[in-house]
Design a protein around this ligand. Structure first.
Ligand SMILES: NC(=O)c1ccc[n+]([C@@H]2O[C@H](COP(=O)([O-])OP(=O)(O)OC[C@H]3O[C@@H](n4cnc5c(N)ncnc54)[C@H](O)[C@@H]3O)[C@@H](O)[C@H]2O)c1
Length: 259
């Protein structure tokens, strides 16, 4: 099914492009291909890469630094924007390397705080700025992982952060529904990106996923992007508060095929 053109006239803010491998980059391209105008918000440490790749987007409206842990950057970003928006993509996560080293029992309060502040609480923080600009309603999309619902090896405190993020999706969908603002999460199967490189043994996780998922394949950034375009469009107008799996069916399996 194609959603070509179904986003024309809409403006999207996309947060989370760090490189061409970012899920947010594939989403930006897919939204632009379907006619949306795109604003990118990025972490300044990726400035030189963003400066090179952003102009490749056909409908680029602009790109501005925005570190979600710095209130002044969020404020400056939205002040600069000053125009109505329809779509907000939140594809941001971070936990310090030390959070992946020891057992979860040893997670320090500082690592817990940083993981949840950046990966979970940044969603309502951003929506607070974005919602007043969505006067005709809108679609908010975030990215999560199965580790928010089940134990996934090596994911540790990020699982806690994703559980909080998914709970925020439901709470925000409930609060903002009367304003016709929808809030959903895509739970993506594992994909090799910069963020994923922080997870120990990620290649083994990819191989295992491929062997167990009913569709016997790994997910690509583009698979996630097509789901995001659907959630951004009016085709999904009655879908809100959901976590939708784009994982080749991996999450439905209890005992995998034994031969
Ligand atoms: N790659 C996977 O296997 C996978 C699977 C499921 C969900 N996800 C989720 O997808 C989202 C995007 O990750 P990705 O895999 O594309 O990796 P990525 O490294 O390309 O993207 C992560 C982004 O988070 C941004 N970020 C981190 N801290 C930030 C801060 N303080 N302020 C602003 N931005 C900040 C980084 O700049 C980067 O752009 C994340 O939420 C991740 O948890 C990834």
């Amino acid at each position: 099914m194609s959603y070509m053109g179904s986003l024309s006239g809409k403006t999207a803010l996309v947060f989370g492009v760090a490189s061409e491998t970012s899920i947010a980059w594939a989403i930006s391209q897919e939204l632009a291909k379907n006619g949306a105008k795109i604003w990118l918000g990025y972490q300044f440490r990726y400035h030189s890469r963003i400066k090179d790749i952003a102009p490749q987007l056909p409908n680029l409206a602009g790109y501005e630094r925005c570190d979600v842990s710095k209130e002044e950057e969020l404020e400056a970003f939205f002040k600069k924007l000053q125009s109505p928006i329809d779509i907000l993509v939140h594809a941001i996560a971070f936990a310090p390397a030390t959070a992946f080293e020891g057992p979860v029992l040893q997670t320090s309060e500082a690592d817990f705080s940083q993981a949840l502040t950046v990966s979970s609480h940044s969603l309502p923080k951003m929506v607070k700025y974005a919602a007043p600009l969505m006067s005709k309603g809108g679609s908010v999309i975030t990215l999560t992982y199965l580790g928010g619902q089940r134990v996934c090896a090596n994911y540790k405190v990020m699982g806690v952060a994703k559980a909080a993020l998914e709970a925020y999706v439901r709470e925000l969908a409930h609060e903002l529904g009367p304003q016709k603002i929808r809030v959903n999460a895509i739970s993506a199967g594992p994909i090799k990106t910069l963020a994923a490189s922080g997870i120990p043994n990620f290649d083994l996780i990819l191989d295992y996923h491929k062997s167990v998922a009913p569709l016997r394949d790994n997910v690509t950034q583009e698979d996630v992007a097509r789901c995001a375009a659907f959630l951004a469009s009016d085709e999904s107008r009655m879908i809100t508060g959901q976590t939708i799996f784009v994982d080749g069916g991996y999450s439905i399996v209890g005992v995998p095929a034994l031969s």
